[in-house]
Design a protein around this ligand. Structure first.
Ligand SMILES: *[C@@H]1O[C@H](CO)[C@@H](O)[C@H](O)[C@H]1NC(C)=O
Ligand SMILES: *[C@@H]1O[C@H](CO)[C@@H](O)[C@H](O)[C@H]1NC(C)=O
Ligand SMILES: *[C@@H]1O[C@H](CO)[C@@H](O)[C@H](O)[C@H]1NC(C)=O
Ligand SMILES: *[C@@H]1O[C@H](CO)[C@@H](O)[C@H](O)[C@H]1NC(C)=O
Ligand SMILES: *[C@@H]1O[C@H](CO)[C@@H](O)[C@H](O)[C@H]1NC(C)=O
Length: 582
């Protein structure tokens, strides 16, 4: 009995002071108060960096480490000085005032933030393949108000600055403080690819929603945004040499992404240590191309759609039609050289190719896999060659190697969504894998159908209209997922990370934030800190919940409408046992 009491006391003290999300590799904190304000001497390798709230770094194909750090420091100043929150939800009922530091005693301010980058960035730092960037950092804040960051790369500096900003709260009378000095943190990520898939085709997302999403990713120390740019429903991506694609395929005039927008998304992301990876799904999920190029697509709008595709409208790229290759050459020659300065990868899709669609294609005329698979093989070989020619590394959905048995290059990163067994067999076959296991990491699941059901049989059979992948993947379930579970060491090495998925059949900019956050951050901690702690034990919700609840308050204070982790009764006192299931 008493060991349980001691344990809960330990948990209480541990969680109430180490509220960094994601949890650092090692952290120790004290109980001295420091204040922070507008006056702070920041240096980066000895050179002064302005402690101001807004700074738009110079962007371009060449990124400078100093510009990246300047931008990061300015965002940190804004987050700390303007967007900190008064933590009444984290202290016991009516107790905030008792716990806040006194405004009338002598205040020790943080006067110095010394940033030291120990190695030079390279071109790869700003468009990395998995493993190209060392994101590790050390952060110390001593009780006299001197803070110091060391990191190997400028991206590591950004990660450290995010941790630094999470030390601070707003006093109910206004000023900003931490009660945790001295602080000593040493940190590095477990996975190289820590991402979110954002579908901007099913529903159009305006640029500011994408920017806000990139911000919140970087606050969660996530480093990839995968833009699922087109699908059968709409083509919002402007391709100047083939303008009819968006002119006929976007949902409306102006609901498109111009080349300038695309570059802006990429550079906005890079400045925050995030890489944007664009996907044009193919040969499936491409029906909308029929609106401008009917010759290239088989089965556009085929009915009943359940026979011909996973969701309406159907339509796939034809595999044996001579006009397809020149079209793809032109499309890729336009798009890829524009993406290549800022991304190391291009995602070629490849999921849910429906073989029945090819019975409708006169040049194939069958759904027989022995005919179709060799055609997909040819298609992938040529398409991946286009990607490589542009200096990018192809990504594909798992069906290409796992279901269609198509051979892919060793460079290709395979995105798995079908779960554990798929990851085991893909890695056993030597493929580099990122996981988006839909049983855990699909954020759109469990909110009901977006399809309509006519009264009668269809209504009765589908009542109460659950979607295909329910239940909702709540943050606890997301947090329980171990991307490397059940793998040998060799296989585990090949799991380079993962992405949560936000398919947008029922997501637009109005509900985006609450669907993504803080659930994506839960996956962010799994990917940064690992599902297992240093002792090899599963990380517990009891430790995670209070920290995630605090992080959620930071997201909200910074302008992201994240869902609550639980009610205030549970967060007050940061006592995880207050809401422990018994
Ligand atoms: C602060 O920490 C020191 C050293 O661990 C301890 O002796 C002291 O009691 C603590 N003070 C408060 C107010 O908790
Ligand atoms: C952080 O500190 C550890 C221990 O002192 C050291 O081994 C490591 O190189 C440091 N890392 C950085 C990025 O400064
Ligand atoms: C292939 O097409 C035939 C009819 O042409 C159909 O009976 C069969 O179910 C289809 N195969 C698959 C796997 O859908
Ligand atoms: C791929 O190979 C597996 C295992 O040999 C087999 O079961 C499956 O039918 C093949 N798929 C296709 C599309 O040929
Ligand atoms: C961690 O949790 C999983 C279930 O989510 C379980 O299968 C596994 O055994 C646990 N590992 C440890 C070390 O407790």
């Amino acid at each position: 009995m008493w060991s349980k009491a001691v344990l809960s006391l330990l948990l209480l003290t541990v969680t109430s002071v180490h509220a960094i999300w994601p949890i650092p590799e090692s952290i120790s904190t004290g109980n001295s108060t420091l204040w922070i304000g507008d006056v702070l001497l920041v240096t980066y390798n000895g050179e002064p960096i302005p402690w101001i709230r807004n700074y738009i770094p110079f962007g371009g194909p060449k990124f400078s480490s100093k510009e990246i750090v300047k931008g990061g420091v300015a965002r940190t100043a804004k987050n700390i000085l303007d967007n900190s929150f008064v933590p009444w939800k984290l202290y016991p009922r009516m107790a905030l005032e008792k716990t806040e530091p006194s405004l009338w005693q002598h205040k020790t301010y943080i006067t110095r933030l010394e940033i030291v980058q120990t190695e030079k960035d390279t071109a790869k730092t700003f468009k990395p393949l998995a493993g190209d960037v060392d994101e590790s950092y050390n952060l110390t804040v001593n009780a006299n108000g001197k803070a110091r960051i060391t990191a190997v790369s400028s991206i590591g500096v950004l990660r450290a600055l995010e941790t630094f900003s999470q030390l601070f709260f707003k006093h109910s009378k206004g000023p900003i403080y931490t009660k945790q000095a001295p602080v000593k943190i040493s940190d590095a990520p477990q996975y190289d690819h820590r991402g979110l898939l954002l579908d901007v085709s099913r529903d159009y997302l305006p640029l500011d929603a994408i920017y806000r999403t990139i911000d919140a990713l970087s606050w969660s120390k996530m480093n990839r945004i995968h833009i699922h740019a087109t699908d059968s429903q709409s083509w919002p991506l402007e391709i100047p040499s083939i303008p009819e694609l968006h002119q006929k395929g976007a949902y409306a005039h102006g609901k498109t992404y111009s080349p300038i927008d695309v570059a802006a998304i990429q550079t906005y992301a890079i400045q925050r240590g995030v890489e944007a990876i664009f996907e044009i799904d193919s040969p499936g999920h491409l029906g909308v191309v029929a609106l401008s190029h009917p010759d290239l697509i088989t089965g556009w709008g085929a009915s009943p759609w359940t026979t011909y595709c996973a969701e309406p409208p159907c339509g796939q790229l034809r595999l044996n039609e001579p006009k397809v290759d020149p079209f793809l050459d032109k499309l890729m020659d336009d798009l890829l050289p524009r993406l290549a300065p800022y991304s190391a990868y291009f995602h070629t899709g490849g999921d849910e190719v429906n073989f029945n669609e090819y019975s409708l294609d006169p040049t194939v005329g069958t759904n027989d896999s022995s005919v179709i698979v060799p055609l997909i093989q040819k298609f992938i070989d040529k398409h991946h060659a286009r990607v490589r020619k542009a200096g990018l590394v192809p990504m594909v959905w798992e069906e290409i190697p796992a279901n269609y048995n198509v051979t892919i290059g060793e460079d290709v990163v395979v995105q798995s969504w079908l779960g554990d067994e798929a990851i085991k067999s893909l890695t056993a076959n030597g493929h580099k894998v990122i996981t988006s296991n839909y049983n855990f990491w699909y954020l759109d699941c469990g909110r009901g159908q977006w399809l309509n059901f006519a009264e009668g049989e269809s209504f009765e059979e589908n009542y109460p209209f659950n979607d295909w992948c329910g239940p909702t993947k709540n943050w606890r379930l997301i947090y329980s997922y171990d991307p490397r579970a059940g793998l040998t060491d060799e296989e585990a090495e090949l799991v380079i990370g993962g992405e949560v998925g936000a398919w947008a059949e029922a997501i637009d900019e109005v509900n985006l934030d609450s669907i993504l956050w803080p659930r994506s951050s839960a996956a962010g901690e799994v990917l940064w800190s690992g599902r297992l702690d240093a002792a090899g034990e599963n990380r517990t919700q009891l430790d995670a919940a209070p920290r995630l609840a605090e992080f959620r308050e930071r997201l909200v204070a910074r302008g992201v409408r994240a869902e609550p982790v639980h009610m205030v009764f549970c967060t007050q006192g940061m006592d995880p046992n207050a809401c422990l299931f018994q």
